[in-house]
Design a binder for this molecule. Structure first.
Ligand SMILES: Nc1ncnc2c1ncn2[C@@H]1O[C@H](COP(=O)(O)OP(=O)(O)OP(=O)(O)O)[C@@H](O)[C@H]1O
Ligand SMILES: [Mg+2]
Length: 279
């Protein structure tokens, strides 16, 4: 049974100039343990389609679909209260805007412990222990001390890691990662991707990875959806997509990647530093 199955999802926003269709009939399916990448240019409706699945769009959005089923439960017509039992626990999302997604009025420790309290019912000591473990897993230094900090006291990259820790806190069955590593430097990026892939392997977690980074797609995805102007242009397993893209748009997207064919590469900071030190 598919973990998430969506058929013909349409999202329209009511604006002052009329209705704007941000998602126009997208269908997708993710199995347990599968990694589905969604790629496509900015504004193609990637975030909006996943926020619709999470039930987190504002009231100005009109969401319709022929089918939206998560883990055997029909998400369409589910009450807000029923949905809140699922989201943040079995189905969670790493949001694209980490700083905007954290509450500025509470410490990050409070925010992660709240999730552990509400969804898992852990007591104070167990929550603290798990929160520290999670911060360590996402590479936040001095986790015990960091728990007492407010979001504005942390860098963008650290906030992104807090968001990731919150999203994986309850070992979700499905994780939607919306550009999860954009604010992070390459070493942390790799650590986070390795962590997500480990969760996917060890817990059979389904993963929807929204990314602009085709390197991340090639390394992590089983299947890829290419989205353009709210529509699905192509869906293929990852090898077929790179080797024999079917749609012109996918071909154009792949052709727009930096050309590595010359073999030239940028020097690393380590190399530059060593050269500088040697002079
Ligand atoms: N709350 C909103 N009200 C009106 N329009 C919106 C709203 N949220 C998103 N949109 C519009 O919906 C379209 C799709 O936005 P979305 O955020 O899904 O793009 P995206 O594919 O995630 O882009 P990016 O790669 O930049 O994150 C855009 O044209 C955007 O302006
Ligand atoms: Mg987006």
């Amino acid at each position: 049974m598919a973990l998430l199955e969506i058929e013909n999802l349409v999202v329209e926003f009511q604006t002052s100039t009329g209705a704007f269709r941000a998602v126009d009939g997208v269908s997708l399916k993710v199995d347990p343990g599968e990694v589905l990448a969604i790629v496509g240019e900015s504004g193609s409706g990637k975030s909006v389609s996943m926020l619709a699945a999470m039930g987190l769009l504002p009231w100005t959005a009109k969401v319709t679909a022929d089918k939206m089923v998560f883990d055997g439960q029909n998400l369409l017509g589910m009450s807000g209260a029923q949905r809140r039992q699922i989201i943040g626990k079995d189905m969670s999302m790493i949001f694209q805007e980490p700083i905007a997604s954290l509450n500025p009025c509470f410490t990050v420790g409070f925010q992660i412990e709240e999730v552990l309290k509400i969804h898992l019912g852990l007591d104070k000591a167990a929550r603290r222990k798990r929160a520290i473990e999670l911060f360590e897993a996402v590479g936040i230094p001095n986790p015990a001390e960091r728990l007492n900090h407010f979001p504005h006291q942390m860098s963008g990259g650290q906030c992104q890691r807090v968001m990731i820790a919150i999203a994986i806190a309850c070992n979700p069955k499905l994780l939607i990662a919306d550009e999860p590593t954009t604010a992070l430097d390459v070493t942390i990026q790799k650590q986070i991707l390795d962590l997500l892939m480990r969760l996917q392997r060890e817990h059979g977690m389904g993963l929807i990875m929204i990314t602009h980074n085709m390197g991340v797609v090639a390394e992590t995805a089983d299947r890829v959806i290419v989205q353009y102007k709210g529509r699905k242009m192509e869906e293929a397993d990852v090898l077929s997509l790179f080797e024999a893209p079917k749609s012109d748009y996918t071909r154009a997207l792949l052709a727009a990647l930096p050309d590595n064919a010359t073999g030239d590469r940028l020097p690393t900071i380590g190399e530059l530093f060593n050269q500088g030190a040697a002079q």
